[in-house]
Design a protein around this ligand. Structure first.
Ligand SMILES: [Ca+2]
Ligand SMILES: [Ca+2]
Ligand SMILES: [Ca+2]
Length: 446
């Protein structure tokens, strides 16, 4: 019964969503003072990487976790634009890494909070292809990097510098901004905390370089028959062993992230801000650890698009697990609803803490020369049930299609549109829903 919403007629579902949206500002008790917002964004972390974040997990344990969360567009730059705007890439326009120049910075979490009296700062990796010496609109302060670990370059409020180790630098800079905020103690703040970990090149701190971790890639890392998959998949040959090396490298870098986050938590406790801070932990996309013979992300498979999402705010966000489908597009609307702030625009995502729910999850990706030759695709994803994917060429003509019955085949081993005829599902409803979803806006989004 978890997906009862998807069985309702479309009009009723839209009406329910509209009513829930209208009701949002009234759902929480009025806040005597607005809380701070700490938005922690990991880079390429799938949900399983929580194994390398013990202190962070302990801290956020009495918040809400959303195990069915996707990155609406599993690619760094587009995904961050989605996280910070609450809009799908087909609306915010950052479809490819280099598109950030066309981003509407006024329709963002940071601009909305800034306009509501928040002090705002961004630390670490934010957008791709953004000039680091320019503080992005909506932020008062910024200490940005393009990525990397040892000797990574940062620009701290216009001053160029190099970090000995990026993760430690990001943690220290976050604490500096928190100290600065503390001097203006009455004002709430937004701190965007974007780690470069666990993105390639997975350089660990020496003290974590020998650590190993039990577990590994999912069973699709040994997919023997990929004849059901589109041709581009079969051009890749990432082995389970190669995927395992990437996984270990990622988890080692996250041990340093755990230390940095613990340092931020301790500083919040010391300045008396801990209980007045809404914390969000999320990743911009996942990572293939050899599943289907693939590395990277950018593909319509679980390891690429599934991401961790946790919310924490003692006394306001209930402890527990929310199994409802969630997306990166929901982060900004959920934060703003928790704060009782109505943005000056209509996001595409929804308030995850409201009555409202996704009928299905829209996933979209556009071919990007920065990312290699992965094709353009979009999916209709029903977690635990099914995923329907269409690939498109440069002229927007449909090329390949995939359909996975996730109840029988959770690892996406058998594309039912490339198998025996008698098992071919009827995908007309999926295709129609996806066609509408690809152009959706606001409450009309699935
Ligand atoms: Ca990423
Ligand atoms: Ca204080
Ligand atoms: Ca197969």
């Amino acid at each position: 019964m978890r997906y009862v919403m998807s069985r309702l007629p479309r009009v009723s579902a839209l009406l329910a969503i509209t009513l829930a949206w209208a009701a949002v500002p009234a759902t929480g008790a009025p806040h005597p003072a607005r809380p701070n917002v700490l938005l922690i964004v990991l880079d390429d972390a799938r949900p399983e990487t929580a194994a390398a974040l013990p202190a962070t997990t302990r801290w956020l344990r009495d918040g809400t976790s959303y195990p069915q969360t996707v990155a609406a567009t599993p690619s760094c730059g587009p995904s961050r634009a989605t996280l910070l705007s609450g809009r799908y890439a087909h609306n915010h326009g950052v479809r490819r890494q280099a598109d950030i120049g066309g981003f509407d910075h006024t329709r963002t979490l940071q601009q909305t909070l800034h306009d509501s009296g928040y002090r705002t700062a961004a630390v670490g990796k934010l957008y791709n292809d953004w000039p680091l010496d320019r503080t992005p609109p909506g932020f008062d302060r910024s200490a940005l990097t393009g990525g990397g670990y040892d000797g990574a370059q940062f620009v701290v409020d216009g001053v160029r510098t190099r970090a000995r180790y990026s993760t430690s630098f990001i943690g220290a800079q976050a604490r500096r901004y928190l100290d600065e905020f503390e001097r203006d103690d009455d004002k709430p703040w937004l701190l965007y905390l974007g780690f470069t970990a666990p993105h390639a090149p997975y350089t660990p701190q020496p003290r974590y370089a020998g650590r190993t971790f039990p577990g590994g890639a999912d069973p699709s890392a040994d997919e023997a028959d990929r004849a059901d998959k589109p041709a581009y998949v079969r051009k890749h040959h990432t082995t389970r062993a190669e995927g395992e090396a990437v996984r270990t490298g990622q988890l080692r870098t996250l041990l340093s992230v755990d230390d940095a986050i613990e340092g931020v938590r301790a500083r919040l406790a010391r300045t008396g801000e801990l209980r007045d801070t809404l914390v969000v932990l999320v990743s911009d996309n996942g990572k293939q650890w050899g599943e289907h013979g693939l590395g990277e992300k950018f593909m319509p498979y679980g390891p690429s698009y599934r991401v961790p999402l946790r919310l924490w705010w003692p006394g306001h966000v209930a402890p527990g697990t929310d199994p409802r489908p969630a997306s990166t597009v929901d982060v900004t609307p959920t934060v703003l609803a928790a704060l009782g702030i109505t943005p000056g625009y209509r996001p595409d995502g929804l308030n995850l803490r409201g009555a409202d729910r996704h009928r299905w999850l829209l996933l979209e990706y556009w071919r990007d020369s920065h990312n290699g030759g992965f094709p353009t695709w979009s999916s209709r994803y029903l977690p635990g049930r099914a995923q329907y994917t269409e690939y498109r060429d440069a002229r927007d003509r449909r090329t390949d299609r995939e359909y996975y019955d996730l109840r029988a085949d959770p690892w996406q081993l058998t594309n039912l549109l490339r198998g025996e005829r008698d098992r071919t599902p009827d995908t007309r409803a999926d295709a129609a829903a996806l066609a509408a979803g690809r152009g959706c806006a606001g409450a009309a989004c699935p």
